[in-house]
Each structure stands twice: as C-alpha cells, then as structure tokens.
Design a protein around this ligand. Sequence first.
Ligand code: HEM
Length: 330
Amino acid sequence: MATQVAPVPGADPTGVLNRYALPKVAMVLIAAAAFVGTLLSTAVGHDAMGLGAAVARYVLLMGLATAGGGLLWAWTVVMPAALQMGQPAADRYALRQWAAFRRLERGAFAAAAAGLAALSPAYWLAPGVGRGGERLVLALAVAALALWAYTLRGRPAPSPAAAGRAAAGALSVVALLLLSVGALQVGYGAPLLRAELAWRALHLAGFAAWFGGAVWNVGIAVRCARQDLTVAVVRTAHVQLARFRRIVRVAFPLLVVTGLLQVWQHGGLTEAALAGSFDHLAAVKLGVAALLVVVFISCPLWHACSPIAGICDPGDLPGGRPGGGPAARH
Ligand code: HEM
C-alpha cells in the first residue's frame, strides 16, 4: 500500500495570507507585467490603437500563454517527470494533470478566439506601411486558430508518452499562432521581418513559457496531487518543479533583455524618451521584474513553493530525502 503524505502541519492552503501564497503572487505579477506590456504595444506605443484594443490583445495573449506555456509544461516537464519516475502512481498523476489541463485549454482557446475576433477588423483595416504583409499574417493566425481547435478534439491520452506527443503537436500550432500575433501591429512604420519582430517574438515566448507554467503549477499540479497524496506523487511533483525552475531561469533573463531591447528600439532610455508615458510604463515593468526576482528567491528558501510537504524540498517528507542524498538545488 502506498505511503500517504500529510499536508504541512499548520499550512492553510486555501487561505490567502500565508507563505504558500507566494507562487500565486508570482503568477499575478507576471499577469500584471503582461498587461503593462499590452498597454505599451497597443495603447501608448507605436501605432496606438486605444485601451479597448489593448484589453482585447491582453485577453488574446493570456489565452495563448496559458495554452502555449501549459503545453510546453506537459511536453517538457510533466510527461518526462512521470517517465523518469517510472511508477504507475506517477503515470496516473501525469494523466490526471493532462486531463485537467485540456479542460483549461478549452477556456484558453475561447479567450484567444474572442480576442482575435475583436482585433481582426482593426488589424485588417489599419493603414500604414507593411499592412499587406500584416493581412497575410492575420490570415495565418486565423488558420492556426482553426488548427488549434482541431487539436482540441483529441481523445484522452492512454499514457504519458502519448500525452507528451499530443502536447508537442498542439504546441507547434499554438506557437505559430503566438508568433503571428506577435507579428501583427508591430508598427515602427517598418516592414515585416525586422529585428523588432525577433525581440517581440522572443519576449512573447518567454512570457508564455513562464506564465503558462505558473498557471499549471498553481492551478493543476497541487490540486491533482491532492487527489492521490502518495510519496511517489509528491516526488514526481518535486521533479516537475525542479524542471520548471530551469525554464524560469531561461525565460526571466530573456524577458528582461528582450524588453530592454524593445525599449531601446522605441527610442532608448534617453532623457527625452524617459519623460514620455512609454518609458514610465517600461520602468513599471522593470519594478515588477525586480519583485519577481525577490519571489523567485524567497520561494525555495522559505519552502513556500507548495503547501504539500516534500514538493518544494523532498527533505520535508516524513521519511526524509530519498537515499539520504543532498537536497535538490533550487
Ligand atoms: C517581468 C516579466 C514580463 C512580462 C510577463 C512581460 C510581458 C509582455 C507582454 C505580454 C507584452 C505585449 C507584447 C505584445 O503585445 O505583443 C510586452 C511588451 C513589452 N514589454 Fe514586457 N514583459 C516583462 C518584462 C519586461 C521588461 C523587464 C521590460 C523592459 C523594460 C519589458 C518591456 C516591454 C516593452 C517595451 C514592450 C512593448 C513592445 C512592443 O511595443 O512591441 N518587458 N511585455
């Protein structure tokens, strides 16, 4: 019979004001940074389209990040962690998470489709240089959306390996959609395929990888672990978390560097530029990024990455660390 693992004594996983809220705080901060980002790209930046368009683009990007980052998680974090553990409980945990994610992905699809539908007329009719190219990109985005809808019709996966393959396939479609949305309304009065497109594409990729993973971590991993709280499941969840931290270590610097490159592209951090709202908002983003660093460092130090003992550090498990080895480095 599998060993049951009790929640950390004294933890209040459903409350708001405890240290286990830190991962949720990080998720809210990333979402806030993204909103400031869509204000920058759509409301106050080049080719300003107004607040309504910025909100629609935000809904679209949040849907794409939830789905794209989640699919990346499923493919590179969740299924490999289950395969690495090689235990039936770990496989069942992975498949429970996959089923929960697919339900969430349908909501993400609805948000993305609504956002793109709201923005399409403006993108289609917008005047300016390079618009012919943008119409082509818009058509590509609509085609990718239709393909994505097709991937959502899939039946439940029979094994983690099959779920991993399904996730990789769907991810390629969502990534194409995200890149096409990134190429829409780039403005700068420039034709397509310029450096700013690359910065924005990398910025969006970093955002999606991080935000989608954070949603999975907060909304799916812990809830599905609670449905079968065994040592094997907790260890699998720990392996997932360790793999996710590697993604964050790439996504975060990528966001800061490509963010600063976009500021520079827009006019640089000159005295004159700093007087404008574009640079004020960019400064707000740097502040949010600094807060995220604090959360990212505090979480493992404080064993606050999860309300379930052992997910943050296997040393917290009743039997201690497997094999008495050193703690996983965070
Ligand atoms: C901390 C995490 C961050 C997240 C989650 C994030 C997310 C985003 C998102 C979603 C957009 C909208 C892109 C679009 O509409 O296509 C954006 C735009 C932007 N971000 Fe960030 N960002 C972050 C950090 C930064 C940092 C540190 C900077 C540097 C100051 C920065 C500068 C920018 C700029 C300048 C834009 C507008 C780009 C454009 O007009 O094309 N971001 N960001």
